[in-house]
Design a binder for this molecule. Structure first.
Ligand SMILES: O=C(O)c1cc(=O)[nH]c(=O)n1[C@@H]1O[C@H](COP(=O)(O)O)[C@@H](O)[C@H]1O
Length: 270
C-alpha cells in the first residue's frame, strides 16, 4: 500500500460488464475479461479482489479461471483478497480455511473475506490458518448495502451495536501486532459516519466506491481518525472502463490519486 497506493480493485465479471466489453456471457469471455484485468492492474495496484461468485457461476471451469487469476496476480506483485464472504459453523469453516488459507491449496490467497454473523468464534479455524500461513482475514462488520443495518446495527445484550462487538473482537485479535494486525474489518464507504469505534489496529476494507455511490472524498467522514488504515475498494467503477488496458490503468490511477488527496487532507489521519 505504501509503494503502490492503497487502492483495491475488485474483479467482478458481471454478465453486463462482459457484454459492455464486447464479449459474450460465456467461459471464454470470463477468461478474457479476467486475463485483461490482471494484466492491466496486477503490477500496479496494491490489492486485487476477485469476487468468487462471478467465477463459480460457470462451475468448475470458472473456478479454474479464478485459480489462474490468483496465481498470476500474486506473481505480478499484487496482494489477492479473495472475496468469498464465507461463514459457517467452525467445523465447516475449517474446510473453507483449507481452501483459501492453506499454502498448498490452488485457491490460496493473501486474504479472504468472511462473515462473523454465525458468531465471531466460528471464524477461529480461518483466523488460525491465516496466522500459520502469514495471510489475512477480512471480517464483515458494517457492509455497504442498506439492508445490512437491520442485523449489524442491532443492539447486543451488553448495549453495543452488533457491528461494534465484531470490531472489538477484531481489535482483540490484532492486539500486540507490529504496525497493523492481519485481521481486517469490512466497513462500507457508503455509510456516512460509521458511528462505531474503528480502532481495530488492522486494515479497513472500504467497498462501495464508484457504482454504489460513494467517492474517495467520503472516506474521512466515514472513517475519521482511522482513515489512514483504509483500503478503498472499487470494482465496476474501474472495470467499466475496459476492455482497453490503458483505460483500466487510468481509471485505477484516478481513484488512487483521489484517495491519496482525501487521506492527505483529512484532519487527523491516524
Ligand atoms: O466484502 C466486500 O468486498 C464487500 C462488502 C460490502 O460491504 N459491500 C460490497 O459491495 N462488497 C463487495 O465489493 C464489490 C463492490 O463492487 P462495486 O459496487 O462494483 O464496486 C462487490 O464484489 C461486493 O460483493
Amino acid at each position: 500500500m505504501d509503494t503502490r497506493g492503497p487502492l483495491c480493485v475488485g474483479i467482478d465479471p458481471h454478465g453486463s460488464l462482459l457484454t459492455a466489453w464486447g464479449l459474450g456471457d460465456d467461459l471464454a469471455s470470463l477468461e478474457r475479461f479476467t486475463r485483461t484485468t490482471v494484466e492491466a492492474l496486477a503490477d500496479r495496484v496494491a490489492v486485487l479482489k476477485p469476487q468468487s461468485a462471478f467465477f463459480e457461476r460457470f462451475g468448475s471451469r470458472g473456478v479454474a479461471v479464478l485459480e489462474k487469476a490468483v496465481e498470476e496476480a500474486r506473481a505480478a506483485g499484487a496482494l489477492v483478497l479473495m472475496d468469498a464472504k464465507r461463514g459457517d459453523i467452525g467445523s465447516t469453516m475449517e474446510a473453507y480455511a483449507q481452501t483459501y488459507l492453506d499454502k498448498d491449496s490452488p485457491l490460496f490467497s493473501d486474504a479472504v473475506t468472511v462473515s462473523p454473523y454465525l458468531g465471531f468464534g466460528s471464524l477461529r479455524p480461518a483466523l488460525d490458518a491465516a496466522a500459520v500461513s502469514g495471510a489475512g482475514v477480512f471480517v464483515l462488520a458494517l457492509t455497504s448495502n442498506p439492508e445490512g443495518a437491520e442485523v449489524q446495527r442491532v443492539t447486543a445484550a451488553d448495549g453495543r451495536p452488533l457491528a461494534q462487538v465484531m470490531l472489538d473482537h477484531i481489535a482483540a485479535e490484532n492486539r500486540g501486532a507490529p504496525v497493523l494486525g492481519s485481521v481486517g474489518a469490512v466497513v462500507g464507504a457508503t455509510l456516512g459516519d460509521a458511528g462505531v469505534d474503528l480502532a481495530v489496529h488492522g486494515p479497513l476494507l472500504a467497498p462501495g466506491i464508484g457504482a454504489q455511490g460513494a467517492t474517495p472524498a467520503d472516506l474521512p467522514g466515514v472513517f475519521g481518525a482511522a482513515v489512514g488504515n483504509v483500503v478503498p475498494s472499487v470494482s465496476r467503477g474501474v472495470l467499466r472502463h475496459g476492455p482497453g488496458v490503458a483505460a483500466l490503468r487510468e481509471a485505477a490511477e484516478r481513484f488512487t490519486a483521489e484517495v491519496r488527496t482525501a487521506v492527505a487532507t483529512a484532519p487527523d489521519t491516524r
